[in-house]
Design a protein around this ligand. Structure first.
Ligand SMILES: Cc1ncc(COP(=O)(O)O)c(C=O)c1O
Length: 338
């Protein structure tokens, strides 16, 4: 079977991350975060990320929902983009579980437009309106675009002006950090709470809610349990994260994924029949393909049509996408375009 270009979570488990699970599969040890690996991970995130506290959960939707739950009361709302995973792909989980309103804001290349944000009318204090209390950005965005540390700084200033918490959905944050060539602390400056992803970078499962703003951690362990997201055998989630952060495995994986996407982007761009729709900054490529080649190409290399009207497709690379996979995809595409 050819590799899929549909999503980075179509890949299996990275061998080193699987090995980390096997390494800790010995004997008995305390559960629910009381094992040595979970303690070590919390310590590492304090040192490397500047975290106040961190919480392992099973999946990314839960990390987002719990992050918002830490920030919002039921009568408060969060600003998010119209294309955000929160708004489009979580089946209303934030609304159901947090009970809060999502305020969807038009986006540009997947990002908040800072000038448009300024025109949002806040009716905080008025009992008839849901009270805006947080802003959630995705880094990298659902369109594979990036906020620079300076743009995040501007969002922070905006949040401070309106007393909002700043949440980051970092399901693929490693790809962003590898692409920007900055440090964890630099990209996270001004962020109050983060959903940090594992699955998209080669984990079996396990994501983190990482708290930076003192006080937001207070009730999270209770919300996590109530939301059915407290794993018991936490050593198997914590150990792969330790392996990931040690010896820069995260960088190796993310920069490889990014460079494979760049190769794919350049190959597609060379074809006059293909229209690129987004810059390629991380591990996704967005372009419009001629309608007639989509079906036969998809049969050989699975991928998703992102926009059924325009035939814009999304192609994603994974930790195990090779140069040969990319070149075979391009060869097949060029044969179909002849
Ligand atoms: C940007 C973003 N956030 C959050 C998630 C949620 O992840 P999960 O499917 O693990 O709930 C995804 C998954 O596709 C995502 O792309």
């Amino acid at each position: 079977m050819n590799k899929s270009f549909a999503s980075d979570n179509h890949a299996g488990i990275h061998p080193a991350l699987l090995e980390a699970m096997i390494d800790v599969n010995q004997g008995h040890c305390p559960s629910y975060g009381q094992d040595p690996w979970s303690h070590k991970l919390k310590k590492l995130l304090k040192q490397e990320f500047g975290a106040v506290d961190s919480f392992l959960v099973f999946n990314g939707t839960a990390a987002n929902v719990l992050s918002l739950q830490a920030c919002l009361k039921s009568f408060e709302s969060v600003l998010c983009t119209d294309v955000s995973h929160l708004n489009v792909d979580e089946c209303g989980a934030p609304e159901k579980i947090v009970g809060s309103k999502l305020v969807s804001v038009p986006s540009q290349n997947g990002k908040f437009n800072l000038d448009e944000l300024e025109s949002i009318i806040f009716r905080n204090g008025d009992q008839h309106f849901s009270q805006v209390r947080a802003l959630s950005l995705t880094q990298p965005t659902e369109y594979g675009t990036l906020y620079t540390p300076d743009e995040i700084k501007r969002l922070r200033v905006f949040c401070d002006q309106h007393q909002l918490y700043l949440h980051m959905d970092g399901a693929r944050l490693s790809n962003a950090v590898a692409a920007l060539g900055c440090g964890w602390k630099e990209i996270l400056k001004g962020i109050d709470i983060l959903s940090f992803g594992g699955a998209k970078n080669g984990f079996l499962l396990g994501e983190l809610v990482i708290v930076f703003k003192e006080g937001l951690e207070k009730d999270l362990k209770f919300y996590r349990k109530q939301s059915l997201q407290l794993p018991s055998k936490t050593r198997f989630l914590a150990a792969p994260f330790l392996k990931y952060f040690e010896n820069n495995l995260w960088y190796e994986i993310a920069s490889h994924e990014n460079s494979m996407a760049k190769r794919l982007y350049e190959g597609l761009k060379a074809s006059p029949q293909v229209q690129m729709t987004q810059p390629c900054q991380v591990n996704s490529v967005f372009c419009i393909l001629p309608k007639e080649i989509i079906k036969p190409l998809k049969k050989k290399f699975f991928f998703y049509v992102w926009n059924e009207n325009s035939f814009e497709v999304r192609l994603m690379t994974s930790f195990d996408t090779s140069k040969e996979d990319v070149d075979s995809f391009l060869e097949e595409l060029n044969n179909l375009l002849k």
